[in-house]
Design a protein around this ligand. Sequence first.
Ligand code: GLN
Length: 476
Amino acid sequence: MNYKIPVKEFLDQSKNGNIDYQDFTQKFFEELKKINKKYNYLITTAKPEKNKPKENLSGLPISVKDNICTKNLRSTAGSGILENYIPVFDATSVERIKTQNGLIIGKTAMDEFGFGTFSTNCAFGTPKNPYDKNRSCGGSSGGAAGLTAALEYPHIALAESTGGSISCPASFCGVVGLTPTYGLVSRYGLIDYANSLDKIGCIGKCVWDVALLLSIIAGYDSRDSTSLNEKSIDYIKDIEDRLKKVKIGIPKEYFKNIDKQVEKVAWQAIKKLEDNGFDYKEFSLPTTKFALSSYYIIACAEASTNLAKFCGLRYGLHEKLEGNFNEYFSKIRTKGFGEEAKRRIILGTFARMAGYREKYYLQALKVRTLIINEFKKAFRKFDCIIAPTMPILPPLFSDIKKLSPLENYQCDVLTVPANLAGIPHLSIPCGFAFDRSVKLPVGLHVLGNYLQEERLLQIGNTVEKILNLNISKTKY
Ligand code: GLN
């Protein structure tokens, strides 16, 4: 049997008893090995399960970003300091996937603790873009998006975003990324980057796939103090509902200083939506220009406190205790952390210092509130906001090397506002552009109001149908 089928078909075939599970998993893992050798998407591969799983997900392959804890399966968060960390428990999202008989296939490559936009800050090698091996998959969930694009077998990725780590790689790899409302999916078992920003979400080949995974992982969890008191909904049940006139807002600021080709492809998509009954209007989100500085102050401040626990005593890397604590602590952290982690510890510690706290950190929190209010106001008028996901096409590794840290951070300009606000957003492939005659995908960002995932996914599903790119048939 040909197992190179979409997720939906796999589930239908399983239900009808047409999948030989042993044969499927064997072929799947062979393919996974081949792809991984070529593109480096997994840090750790799980062992194939022998037993035939029952109902629900029927052994559907699910990859897990490496900062989400998996019981008895190494979870490094892309960092050398956690090289040998094997959790004794599952994150809530993983536990829910297992309860529904999903098959955890391995842990995907990422920037160390999520610090990056290109997955080039990973201690265990860099994942490569399936459209061009000399280019980045995006980050920090680069392995998750690359694997989703490259695998022709049914698969969905569990990923995570702090400031754009789901949308960015989804856009660069031509797949769909869903970042839910902050608090809708439990963070229990997530290795924190910045607690007030981190969100577990999904990456799939199409909107249907991410809606399916969200239905499994969403909903209240008493083990996460910021978990919202929401029930999990079946997000695929009404996903095909035909929508009458969708009102979309196009924020002018999101089209400033972006790559000309990205701008062109995004506008072509918007016009096509208009031809199919969507109503669009341009409007302004003036605080956009402050979002990036606000984000990096808050994210680094939180990261610097979170990383304090990696001191060579409790988790991961440790050596013989010699010298006083400060000497030992410094030795382990010098060895275990990469350059970007060290940079963020210093930046974050600085921003929290007495005297600077008011000047930077509290100021950044005020900007965050302004951004939230601006989005809330916009959603009184619009069903969703649409813009390009990333301001650039997937860059070459050789060009990334030339970027200063600041230029690196500036690439997140379009993804951080929605992440700071904690509103749900989807990145959907909307077309292609060419760079040095290589065909590269462009992502369209669809932002929705708080807890409007159901509507957002319906809109996304409609957008996907109208644009009709048939990404899942792409051959590399
Ligand atoms: N690029 C952003 C950062 O480095 C966002 C990454 C993320 O969402 N984890 O912080």
